[in-house]
Design a protein around this ligand. Structure first.
Ligand SMILES: Cc1cc2nc3c(=O)[nH]c(=O)nc-3n(C[C@H](O)[C@H](O)[C@H](O)COP(=O)(O)OP(=O)(O)OC[C@H]3O[C@@H](n4cnc5c(N)ncnc54)[C@H](O)[C@@H]3O)c2cc1C
Length: 428
């Protein structure tokens, strides 16, 4: 089971990846609770995401005024780059967004063709407290405009490749109480960012402009793209994923220092993909967590609490397990392999009721993403600091991994955009 497939949190790992008899597992559970309380009191370690409401900033750059006179280039039109741009737009600052692909949103994407509700093909859950949505769009007060679904699962199971095991109710309740997540009921993460952030800045995006070089050796920063164009700015904000930085697709002149380089290499950004499949019948529970040594592999009901007659099953896989799928020769083969798993669990019901319609969003192999998501709370603080360090007060970095407020995913990316653009505009 995965109450929060994107969470990859320690409790998730503990509760679903141990392979011990039930009696022992019960003992493990209490030892685990004890460990949690000790760690929490010592390090306040579990105050992240939905549990980190008190870490949210009192105000963001959206509520400040800036009179910066230079020109700024933002690299990447994902949630983070768009958020930073919104601040520049509000303050009439000269800026341009260079985006490698022909669309904005980055790891946010939606589909409206497979079902009668919009489907998130990238980020899907709100791991943070609902009030965070107001913070992201700059709204004051506690009243939330978005209709949300509490992601409190009722029927879940685990699968180790041979044995299918229904999880007890108390575990589902515990998971929800530990990390009370939600999802948009009639909307998506893409819609949220589009409506509240992208709408005001999308006219400043230069699409199909993949940056290949950033030269910050002179007074101005010179940015080159793979299609031979050159742009100049006083300061540059880089918001590409960690995977893109790891790939060395962008050369920095002068070269970035060893500490930052080591951080880029060492911080984990696993490859992975999401599959959405349509079935005639709902033969599966709310979620099935499949046992993997590292990373995640989970089937989950994407239509959970949505107003729909459609049976839409999601599948998320990240980490070393993806190699098994990447070794297959086609998307069809991946689908067949998933159906095989499901048929084993549900006596052939998957193949029987499969509609033949699917979407496979392969984030781990997209040139301009190169992975799924990062988990800052699992990383070394020194490395995170080195990663975020600007270059010569000219090149700054923002995105999900740079979030100083202990949120995860999209909220982390947006808040990091606000935080770093504030730093860039005021750094003297
Ligand atoms: C399958 C999946 C599920 C997820 N689930 C959740 C979830 O449930 N909840 C959640 O909160 N988060 C989730 N996430 C994570 C979330 O999507 C990201 O944290 C967030 O979208 C990151 O935004 P960003 O702006 O930092 O980076 P990105 O979205 O990666 O944006 C970077 C942008 O830079 C562009 N770019 C890259 N290279 C270049 C270049 N050389 N030149 C110019 N432009 C370039 C890219 O095209 C992209 O538009 C999920 C991610 C994935 C992939």
């Amino acid at each position: 089971m995965s109450k929060e497939p994107c969470g990859d949190c320690l409790i998730f790992v503990y509760m679903f990846k141990i392979n011990t008899p039930p009696s022992l597992r019960f003992n493990h559970f209490f030892i685990f609770l004890f460990t949690i309380s000790i760690s929490c009191s010592l390090t306040s370690c579990f105050t992240w995401a939905a549990r980190a409401e008190n870490k949210l900033p009192a105000e963001t750059a959206l509520h400040k005024e800036y009179n910066y006179k230079g020109k700024i280039i933002i690299i990447g039109a994902g949630a983070s780059g768009l958020a930073a741009a919104k601040v520049l737009e509000q303050n009439n600052i000269d800026y341009l967004i260079l985006e490698a692909t022909n669309r904005y949103g980055g790891r946010l994407k939606k589909d409206t063709t497979l079902a009668d509700f919009p489907i998130d093909l990238g980020a899907e859950w709100l791991h943070s407290a609902p009030i965070t949505l107001n913070k992201l769009k700059g709204k004051q007060g506690d009243e939330i405009d978005e209709e949300l679904i509490s992601y409190h699962l009722k029927s879940t199971a685990t699968w180790d490749g041979k044995k299918y095991k229904v999880s007890p109710d108390w575990r589902n309740d515990f998971m929800y109480n530990f990390l009370p997540e939600s999802k948009f009921k009639t909307s998506t993460w893409y819609d949220f960012v589009n409506k509240n952030i992208a709408y005001s800045v999308k006219h400043k995006i230069k699409f199909n402009s993949a940056v290949s070089e950033i030269n910050y050796s002179g007074d101005e920063v010179v940015v080159k793209t793979t299609n031979g164009e050159t742009y100049k700015a006083d300061r540059v904000l880089v918001t590409v994923s960690l995977g893109v930085l790891k790939s060395n697709m962008i050369s920095f002149i002068p070269k970035i220092d060893e500490e930052k380089k080591e951080a880029i290499e060492a911080i984990s950004f696993q490859r992975g993909f999401k599959v959405v499949m349509k079935f005639a019948k709902k033969f599966y529970p709310d979620a099935i967590n499949c046992k993997v040594a590292n990373g995640e592999k989970v089937f989950y009901d994407m239509a959970f609490k949505k107003n729909t007659q459609f049976n839409i099953l999601g599948f998320l896989c990240k980490g070393p397990e993806v190699n098994k799928y990447y070794d297959l020769s086609s998307e069809q083969d991946i689908i067949l392999s998933l159906l095989e798993d499901l048929d084993q669990m549900f006596d052939g019901q998957a193949t029987e009721s499969y509609s033949g319609e699917f979407i496979l969003e392969n984030w781990g192999q997209y040139e301009f993403t190169q992975g799924t998501w990062t988990m800052a709370m699992q990383e070394n603080k020194g490395r995170l600091k080195a990663l975020a360090q600007p270059l010569n007060r000219k090149v700054y970095f923002a995105g999900e991994i740079y979030d100083p407020y202990k949120q995860m995913g999209v909220p982390g990316a947006i808040l990091s955009g606000y935080h770093t653009i504030d730093y860039l505009l005021t750094d003297k």
